[in-house]
Design a protein around this ligand. Structure first.
Ligand code: ZN
Length: 413
């Protein structure tokens, strides 16, 4: 995927707007002597923008349109330090709604549907984004917001909600509750639009099997409108990205170089038409890859893979980018022999990286050496090199109530 002439013109438009507004990024571009881009090379040399920079612009330094045109702000959750404030013009809000409407349509949702929205309303972009798109579509919105499972289920039954919008963990909680109460026959859900978390196949399968609904993965982040900049269609798990509003690149998170289609790396997004707070080459830290070729659904919007985690989780071993989700997939392909627990140790000696993978067996009936060999082969075919796999007794690896530390990199210790 390469930036088109039209997209380059849109980028130049945004660069002009940023510079003439003298906003946070406008000043940065002006200081770097950048006034426009003429080619793909020029574009790929533009500096990245980062969440930390956005924090430096707090509170309203990103504002690039005149104040009288700003109709709303949103803010990303500030778990550390200052939050990021993103101003929106009426056109930004409208564009976002159009993209979201397109997401619903891509999932086969129509104005005959009743859309049950459980993500939160407020400063963040979740609930209100789902709502804007649904209203543009002309569907009936049930604006629940999060929590109060009792009431959620009551409304779901009484309103005959047909579409559930939620995080994957809340969808699972609701599904299990529906199963437990034996009310499946009173639930009219047909589809789920799930966003905001990385979720594995096991979780997807479980929600799907309990509720018997189609599930769609929606993508987005507050800095770039919010959820709704892409979604998968019924033909594939890969997500279509709305490239008339955003331009998406995949870069090597270490070198910053743009990677060819098909290779895994970090998603970088440029907003093409945003007015309130345009962003140029914003590093999302989300990991994915561009899927080459056209989708069988006939849509020409480019495809990206399901988000595989964050760059902070990524390891570079023997020059190959590896992330825990890939290893988890391999382990999950041995469900009767391996438990879900594992540990990765990376070391460096004799000038070479070595990856050792410790995996727990389900029980003592497993042939440890033989399983280790097969798993090493499976890892090799997935990531391209052979690790040392050691199968260990169930319960041997450390457990933690919080997030388990699964990767130990001894190269830099
Ligand atoms: Zn498609």
């Amino acid at each position: 995927m390469q930036i088109t002439e039209k997209q380059l013109a849109q980028v130049n438009d945004r660069i002009n707007a940023l510079i003439s507004a003298g906003s946070f990024y406008g000043k940065k571009l002006a200081e770097a002597g950048i006034t426009h881009v003429d080619s793909v090379e020029d574009f790929e040399n533009l500096p990245f923008s980062e969440k930390n920079d956005l924090r430096d612009a707090y509170p309203l330094g990103l504002m690039t349109a005149p104040e009288e045109e700003i109709v709303r702000i949103h803010s990303s959750s500030g778990t550390t330090g200052l939050p990021v404030i993103i101003p929106y013009t009426a056109k930004d809000v409208d564009d976002w709604g159009e993209m979201f409407k397109r997401c619903y349509e891509t999932a086969g949702i129509t104005n005959q549907d009743r859309i049950h929205i459980t993500p939160g309303y407020g400063l963040w972009t979740a609930g209100i984004g789902f709502q804007n798109g649904a209203e543009k579509l002309g569907a009936m919105v049930i604006p629940m917001g999060p929590g109060n499972t009792e009431k959620q289920l009551q409304m779901m039954m009484d309103m005959k909600s047909t579409v559930l919008c939620s995080t994957s963990s809340y969808a699972l909680l609701l599904a299990e509750e529906i199963e437990k109460r034996g009310i499946k026959n009173k639930i009219h859900l047909k589809k789920g639009v799930i966003g905001s978390e990385r979720w594995g196949k096991a979780m997807r399968d479980r929600i799907q099997s309990i509720l018997g609904i189609e599930l769609y993965d929606i993508y987005g982040l507050t800095e770039i409108y919010g959820p709704g900049i892409g979604i998968n269609c019924s033909e594939t798990e890969y997500m279509h990205i709305w490239d008339d509003y955003i331009y998406l690149e995949i870069i090597d998170p270490q070198t910053g170089k743009v990677l060819p289609d098909g290779e895994w790396g970090e998603i970088v997004i440029t907003t093409l038409v945003k007015e309130g707070a345009p962003l140029i080459r914003y590093r999302t830290h989300d990991l994915s890859r561009i899927i080459p070729g056209k989708c069988t659904c006939g849509r020409s919007y480019p495809l990206i893979d399901i988000i595989k985690g964050r760059t902070d989780d990524m390891m570079k071993i023997k020059g190959v980018n590896v992330f825990p989700a890939q290893i988890e997939e391999v382990i999950a392909s041995f469900p009767n022999e391996a438990s879900s627990e594992y540990q990765i140790r990376i070391s460096h000696f004799d000038g070479r990286d070595t990856m050792r993978l410790y995996v727990e067996a389900v029980d003592g009936s497993v042939d440890f050496a033989q399983l280790g060999n097969r798993m090493a082969h499976a890892v090799k075919s997935k990531i391209g090199f052979t690790p040392i796999v050691k199968i260990v007794e169930n319960g041997l690896l450390p457990r933690s109530e919080k997030k388990s530390k699964r990767v130990i990199d001894e190269r830099y210790e």
